[in-house]
Design a protein around this ligand. Structure first.
Ligand SMILES: Nc1nc2c(c(=O)[nH]1)N[C@H]1C(S)=C(S)[C@@H](COP(=O)(O)O)O[C@H]1N2
Ligand SMILES: [Mo]
Length: 245
């Protein structure tokens, strides 16, 4: 039988150690220099206190999966490289994982699918006022980070998407067991409009943190040097970087 524990400890050894040396506890969002930032900071520190034991977000019975899960924002990227990969069934698609890691990775879809996976039926809450329930299958991000071997200075994981979106999580959320690189939805391959071939699922935050069409993951010690320093495109538009629900 497939022994998940042994495989995972194998991955940890492969990574040259556990993630124990990494700093997982953060109580401050990356930017809090304004009045809005103060409320962001208060809600984040309060939630971190409540969530300190890393409870799972609620999971639902498969019977409750929404029939018409809305597709929001980008539903068909225009990027030419992306369209070539789509036409090709993503056979030559690779996901780079770089930055503060011991072994930068370039994972193909079959490689991602070969890592220990998780399936979860969870609620999605969009800041625009709708919710839906979906079933997501993917590899917990923590497994990929173990494979790459994070350096002790690592503090944030940044996700880039083909449509110019980017997002970031601190390690507290990045290492959570329900934070997935999802390649499946409702028992099938992740459909294009929902972010094929791979999207992020962040179950304890609003929908915009679950970035679709991911094409690069980078581990960093600070968000200050990335684009405008806000850690996310949504945050550049004025949404909270920390969108806990
Ligand atoms: N790359 C990318 N990711 C994205 C978006 C987007 O437009 N582009 N929209 C976000 C928003 S606001 C929501 S609510 C969810 C919607 O996911 P869905 O289209 O699968 O419902 O994706 C998020 N991730
Ligand atoms: Mo959203």
């Amino acid at each position: 039988m497939f022994d998940r524990r042994r495989f995972m400890s194998g991955l940890a050894v492969l990574a040259g150690g556990s993630l124990a040396g990494c700093r997982q506890e953060t109580y401050l969002p990356p930017s809090y220099g304004s009045l809005f930032g103060v409320s962001d900071m208060l809600s984040m520190s309060a939630q971190r206190l409540i969530l300190r034991n890393q409870p799972l977000a609620r999971e639902f019975d498969a019977a409750l999966i929404s029939k018409g899960f809305p597709a929001i924002g980008t539903t068909m990227p225009e990027d030419e490289t992306y369209l070539r990969h789509l036409a090709d069934g993503f056979a030559r698609w690779r996901l780079p994982i770089d930055g503060l890691v011991q072994r930068p990775l370039h994972l193909s879809l079959p490689e991602l699918r070969s890592l220990p996976a998780r399936t979860q039926v969870t609620g999605h809450s969009c800041e625009r006022g709708w919710t839906a329930i979906g079933q997501w299958t993917g590899v917990p991000l923590v497994n990929v980070l173990r494979l790459a071997g994070m350096r002790p200075e690592a503090r944030y994981v940044v996700f880039y998407a083909v449509d110019g979106w980017y997002e970031s999580l601190d390690l507290f959320d990045a290492l959570h067991p329900q934070t997935l690189l999802a390649y499946g939805m409702n028992g099938a391959d992740l459909p294009v409009q929902h972010g094929a071939p791979v999207r992020v699922r962040v179950e304890r935050q609003l929908g915009y943190k679950s970035i679709k069409f991911v094409n690069r993951i980078s581990v960093v010690d600070s968000l200050a040097g990335i684009k405008t320093g806000k850690g996310s495109l949504a945050a550049q538009f004025g949404y909270s970087w920390y969108a806990g629900i």
